[in-house]
Design a protein around this ligand. Structure first.
Ligand SMILES: [Zn+2]
Length: 117
Protein backbone atom coordinates (compact mmCIF):
# COMPACT_ATOMS: atom_id res chain seq x y z
CA UNK A 1 0.00 0.00 0.00
CA UNK A 2 1.20 3.46 -0.78
CA UNK A 3 2.16 5.56 2.16
CA UNK A 4 1.68 9.25 1.69
CA UNK A 5 3.96 11.35 3.75
CA UNK A 6 2.00 14.42 4.53
CA UNK A 7 4.23 17.08 5.85
CA UNK A 8 2.48 20.09 7.29
CA UNK A 9 2.73 22.23 4.22
CA UNK A 10 0.61 25.30 4.91
CA UNK A 11 -1.45 27.03 2.29
CA UNK A 12 0.96 29.89 1.85
CA UNK A 13 3.88 27.59 1.27
CA UNK A 14 1.88 25.54 -1.17
CA UNK A 15 0.89 28.61 -3.17
CA UNK A 16 4.48 29.73 -3.17
CA UNK A 17 5.64 26.39 -4.57
CA UNK A 18 2.92 26.49 -7.18
CA UNK A 19 3.90 29.96 -8.29
CA UNK A 20 7.59 29.04 -8.53
CA UNK A 21 6.86 25.84 -10.42
CA UNK A 22 4.49 27.66 -12.71
CA UNK A 23 7.16 30.21 -13.55
CA UNK A 24 9.83 27.54 -14.07
CA UNK A 25 7.55 25.84 -16.55
CA UNK A 26 7.13 29.00 -18.60
CA UNK A 27 3.51 29.43 -17.45
CA UNK A 28 2.48 26.48 -19.53
CA UNK A 29 1.28 22.96 -19.15
CA UNK A 30 4.53 21.02 -19.61
CA UNK A 31 2.66 18.14 -21.25
CA UNK A 32 0.52 19.76 -23.93
CA UNK A 33 2.36 23.08 -24.02
CA UNK A 34 -0.74 25.24 -23.73
CA UNK A 35 -0.40 28.56 -21.96
CA UNK A 36 -2.06 28.59 -18.56
CA UNK A 37 -3.24 31.07 -15.98
CA UNK A 38 -2.04 30.44 -12.45
CA UNK A 39 -5.55 29.51 -11.33
CA UNK A 40 -6.05 27.00 -14.13
CA UNK A 41 -2.68 25.36 -13.57
CA UNK A 42 -2.38 22.30 -11.38
CA UNK A 43 0.74 20.93 -9.79
CA UNK A 44 1.72 17.53 -11.06
CA UNK A 45 4.16 15.15 -9.42
CA UNK A 46 6.09 13.82 -12.40
CA UNK A 47 6.93 10.67 -10.49
CA UNK A 48 3.66 10.06 -8.63
CA UNK A 49 3.68 10.29 -4.85
CA UNK A 50 1.77 7.02 -4.77
CA UNK A 51 4.70 5.35 -6.52
CA UNK A 52 7.45 6.76 -4.37
CA UNK A 53 7.92 10.22 -5.88
CA UNK A 54 8.76 13.14 -3.66
CA UNK A 55 7.67 16.72 -3.09
CA UNK A 56 10.97 18.20 -4.25
CA UNK A 57 10.79 21.01 -6.81
CA UNK A 58 12.61 18.72 -9.24
CA UNK A 59 9.60 16.42 -9.24
CA UNK A 60 6.97 19.12 -9.67
CA UNK A 61 5.64 20.63 -12.87
CA UNK A 62 2.70 22.76 -13.91
CA UNK A 63 0.03 20.96 -15.90
CA UNK A 64 -3.44 21.71 -17.16
CA UNK A 65 -6.26 19.75 -15.61
CA UNK A 66 -6.78 17.63 -18.71
CA UNK A 67 -3.20 16.43 -18.85
CA UNK A 68 -3.04 15.91 -15.13
CA UNK A 69 -6.08 13.65 -15.37
CA UNK A 70 -4.77 11.90 -18.46
CA UNK A 71 -1.53 11.10 -16.69
CA UNK A 72 -3.26 10.04 -13.48
CA UNK A 73 -0.91 7.86 -11.49
CA UNK A 74 1.07 6.61 -14.48
CA UNK A 75 4.82 6.59 -14.21
CA UNK A 76 6.37 9.30 -16.38
CA UNK A 77 7.92 6.73 -18.72
CA UNK A 78 4.58 4.93 -19.19
CA UNK A 79 2.89 8.22 -19.86
CA UNK A 80 5.48 9.42 -22.37
CA UNK A 81 5.54 6.07 -24.15
CA UNK A 82 1.81 6.29 -24.62
CA UNK A 83 1.75 10.00 -25.39
CA UNK A 84 5.10 10.95 -26.92
CA UNK A 85 3.89 14.50 -27.63
CA UNK A 86 3.64 14.96 -23.87
CA UNK A 87 7.22 13.81 -23.45
CA UNK A 88 8.31 16.09 -26.22
CA UNK A 89 6.74 19.12 -24.56
CA UNK A 90 8.00 17.99 -21.18
CA UNK A 91 11.60 18.04 -22.39
CA UNK A 92 11.04 21.47 -23.80
CA UNK A 93 9.14 23.17 -21.00
CA UNK A 94 9.96 21.38 -17.74
CA UNK A 95 13.23 23.16 -17.27
CA UNK A 96 13.64 22.73 -13.54
CA UNK A 97 12.96 19.01 -13.14
CA UNK A 98 15.46 16.36 -12.06
CA UNK A 99 17.80 15.48 -14.86
CA UNK A 100 17.00 11.81 -14.54
CA UNK A 101 13.35 12.59 -15.29
CA UNK A 102 14.37 14.36 -18.48
CA UNK A 103 16.61 11.50 -19.44
CA UNK A 104 13.76 9.09 -18.86
CA UNK A 105 11.46 11.25 -20.97
CA UNK A 106 13.95 11.36 -23.83
CA UNK A 107 14.30 7.59 -23.76
CA UNK A 108 10.55 7.03 -23.66
CA UNK A 109 9.92 9.44 -26.52
CA UNK A 110 12.54 7.94 -28.80
CA UNK A 111 11.27 4.47 -27.99
CA UNK A 112 7.72 5.54 -28.81
CA UNK A 113 8.81 7.00 -32.14
CA UNK A 114 10.90 3.93 -32.95
CA UNK A 115 7.83 1.76 -32.36
CA UNK A 116 5.65 3.98 -34.51
CA UNK A 117 8.10 4.05 -37.40
ZN1 LIG B 1 -1.95 20.05 -20.76
Amino acid sequence: MATHRRRGVDRFHKRHIKRETFRDCGRRCVYCGSALGLEAATLDHVFPLAKGGDNAPGNLVAACQGCNQLKGSMLPTEFFLRYPWAGWNFMRYARAVHRQLKRGARRAVSLAYAKAA
